[in-house]
Ligand binder design. Structure first.
Ligand code: GRG
Length: 292
């Protein structure tokens, strides 16, 4: 299958799996389930669940990776809902639609985020509980990633640094943890479901780190060069607009080179992985050239 065809096939599978694995909007109390589904259904590239599925496929066998894939999309969506809250980035639009707190209200958005975070772990326990070793590794990986040293830690440093120029070291810390951590985690979770060995897990993690940082550099380039409103991206606060970015630190040209270097390294790392890595190679290049 061609790269783009495979990408679309993954996206279609994930859209149906969201409906299959989440409680329906009619589940009592319907208000919270509507809010959770509103944000999950709002679109998005589905990059993270695709990474779980693609990493799992490298290892053959029959193990089912979709619950792990939906688990990370659920956790990712929680982080977006909370990031958009008035007390954090105060965003109006997310995935081209009103943010969760604009569509519902702030209390509902806080609870919808909390519920999606919790649901991520519920899905792992429910679908992998019969294989305790795999289940424990998945929970450990996802909770490390979501915790105070990684996702939350990156977000905290980001908030603390608002309003002042950041050093390159701090910017790297923020993006390694706020953006790259969950991307790495998806590859590792796919590897865990596929029963990858320790060396293969480290290669998956390294690939994830390279595409994760490249992803953030490209995000900064897109923010600097495109009309956010027409792309339907988050329209942030003044503090958000003032933020230190790769483009502000290095300029556009150098930032493009840095993204290309990271992408090249990710593609090289694929030679350490088993199976057909052409999709992961194609994905690294696709992300480097993405327009949203
Ligand atoms: C828990 C509040 C809280 C924050 C944790 C992950 C995170 C830190 C905040 C989310 C907001 C953000 C801009 C993170 C940087 C990573 C990033 C560019 C996310 C957007 O990912 P995409 O472009 O989104 O893959 P879609 O909508 O396509 O899924």
């Amino acid at each position: 299958m061609e790269f783009k065809e495979k990408l679309r096939a993954y996206q279609t599978e994930i859209e149906s799996a969201i409906e299959e694995y989440l409680p329906t909007a009619q589940t009592r109390p319907s208000h919270i389930h509507e809010a959770m589904l509103y944000s999950l259904r709002a679109g998005g590239k589905r990059l993270r669940p695709i990474l779980v599925l693609a990493a799992r496929e490298l290892f053959g066998g029959e193990a089912i990776a979709m619950p792990a894939a939906i688990s990370v999309e659920s956790l990712h969506t929680y982080s977006l809902i909370h990031d958009d809250l008035p007390s954090i980035d105060d965003g109006d639009l997310r995935r081209g639609k009103p943010t969760c707190h604009k569509q519902f209200d702030e209390a509902t958005a806080v609870l919808a985020g909390d519920a999606l975070l919790t649901y991520a772990f519920q899905l792992l326990a429910k679908h992998y509980g019969d294989s305790p070793e795999i289940c424990t590794k998945l929970v450990a990986e996802l909770s490390d990633t979501a915790g105070s040293e990684r996702l939350i830690g990156g977000q905290m440093e980001d908030i603390l640094g608002e309003g002042a120029p950041l050093s390159e070291d701090t910017l790297n810390f923020i993006h390694l943890n706020k953006t790259s951590a969950l991307i790495e985690c998806c590859l590792v979770m796919g590897g865990i479901v596929g029963q990858a060995d320790a060396g293969q897990i480290e290669s998956l993690r390294a690939y994830g780190r390279e595409i994760g940082i490249a992803f953030q550099i490209i995000d900064d380039i897109l923010d600097a060069t495109s009309d956010e409103a027409t792309l339907g991206k988050n329209t942030g606060s003044d503090a958000e607009m003032e933020k230190t970015t790769y483009v502000k630190l290095h300029g556009l040209e150098k930032s493009r080179q840095l993204a290309a270097q990271r992408t090249g390294r990710a593609i090289e790392l694929c030679s350490e992985l088993p199976g057909d890595t052409s999709f992961l190679e194609g994905l690294a290049s696709y992300l480097e050239n993405r327009l949203n």
